[in-house]
Design a protein around this ligand. Structure first.
Ligand SMILES: Cc1cc2nc3c(=O)[nH]c(=O)nc-3n(C[C@H](O)[C@H](O)[C@H](O)COP(=O)(O)O)c2cc1C
Length: 178
């Protein structure tokens, strides 16, 4: 049975709707392990060996995060910087070669903000890093309009929760069928 590791990067899951809904839906899935980076490393002091081991055990690596300023949250960048080391991910050895990697993200803005050229830019660093480490890059899964602002009058959480549940359904489908 193929294994999936989900690298979850959200700075405060307690206040999240999108990523929390997706996280909850993956919790009891067989052959899926979740690395909740903020919970594991609140001080950004990543356990490189533990993270590398989790990657070695997986066939599919899912990067789960909210888009922040057209980018990934800083703890995920820290994870890239610390975990994908020379001699492990590239250089003298390519220990992740052939594994699949996919970004699964929530975006606050509507789809119109993200034409194909913006999407290409948004994920360029992940795609290029995947190629550098000889990983197989899968098309990202993106959900839009996932942005709850309690101060906005008459804004309901319901459509956001529904969209996040739909995202989780699609992600589970990918995990089971890739
Ligand atoms: C610091 C910050 C920066 C953000 N930048 C973007 C952005 O560049 N594009 C976008 O679509 N949404 C942006 N958003 C909205 C988030 O993507 C949105 O709040 C998140 O996906 C919701 O997921 P959650 O409920 O799990 O927190 C930003 C939110 C924050 C807090």
């Amino acid at each position: 049975m193929k294994k999936t590791v989900v690298i979850l990067a959200h700075p405060n899951l307690e206040n999240s709707i999108g990523n929390k809904t997706i996280y909850d839906s993956l919790l009891n899935l067989k052959n899926v392990s979740i690395r909740n980076l903020t919970a594991l490393y609140p001080d950004f002091n990543i356990d490189v060996q533990a993270e590398q081991q989790a990657l070695l055990e997986a066939d599919l690596i899912v990067l789960q995060y909210p888009i922040y300023w057209y980018n990934m949250p800083p703890i995920l960048k820290q994870w890239f910087d610390k975990v994908l080391t020379y001699g492990f991910a590239f250089g003298t050895d390519y220990k992740l070669e052939g594994k699949k990697i996919m970004a699964s993200v929530t975006a606050g803005s509507p789809k119109e903000v993200y034409p194909d050229n913006v999407i290409d830019t948004l994920f360029y660093t992940i795609k290029a890093s995947a190629a550098y480490c000889k990983l197989n890059y899968l098309k990202p899964l993106i959900s839009y309009d996932i942005f709850y602002m309690p101060q906005r009058i008459a804004m309901s959480k319901e459509p956001i929760e529904l969209a996040a549940k739909e995202h989780a359904k699609q992600l589970k489908n990918i995990i089971v069928n890739y």
